[in-house]
Design a protein. Structure first.
Length: 150
């Protein structure tokens, strides 16, 4: 991040708020004219600071209102076992996020389903059968208080 200045950081913040903002409006908000703003955006994309643009979707309207976090402990944490788990977990569409943890468990999964019954099915039939899974623990979300994507 050493090569980013205040304007670059402002561009990133504004795009995080609204990825569909016009370059003209973005330039105005960060104090540049249109062309220098476009050049900076392109540089931020080329350097990997901006990796893409996507739509934020209201998952509840799509019927996917149940969120649970699953702690996963593996029976084997060799590089080969971790790679097998990583590849397999990517195939489960209900898993929104998967993070390898430095904790007393190995992975934390964010799982989104329609309801608890569907979550139980995903946990029992898909997550628990992932390679090297020894144990899982579930934490059900009661209310989303803050989500940067909202």
């Amino acid at each position: 991040m050493a090569d980013l200045d205040r304007i670059d950081l402002s561009i990133i913040r504004e795009l995080q708020k609204n990825g569909r903002i016009t370059v003209t409006d973005l330039a105005s908000r960060v104090g540049l004219s249109k062309t220098p703003c476009q050049v900076r955006m392109k540089r931020l994309e080329d350097q990997g600071y901006i990796t893409g643009y996507s739509a934020m979707v209201n998952q509840t309207k799509l019927g996917l209102s149940h969120v649970a976090f699953a702690q996963v402990t593996l029976s084997d944490t060799s590089s080969k076992a971790l790679a097998a788990f990583n590849e397999a977990v990517r195939q489960i569409s209900a898993v929104e996020q998967c993070h390898m943890m430095a904790a007393n468990f190995d992975y934390l999964l964010k799982v989104r389903t329609r309801n608890m019954a569907e979550y139980r099915q995903v946990l029992g039939e898909q997550i628990s059968s992932l390679p090297h899974v020894l144990q899982t623990s579930t934490f059900a979300v009661m209310e989303n208080v803050k989500d940067r994507g909202q």
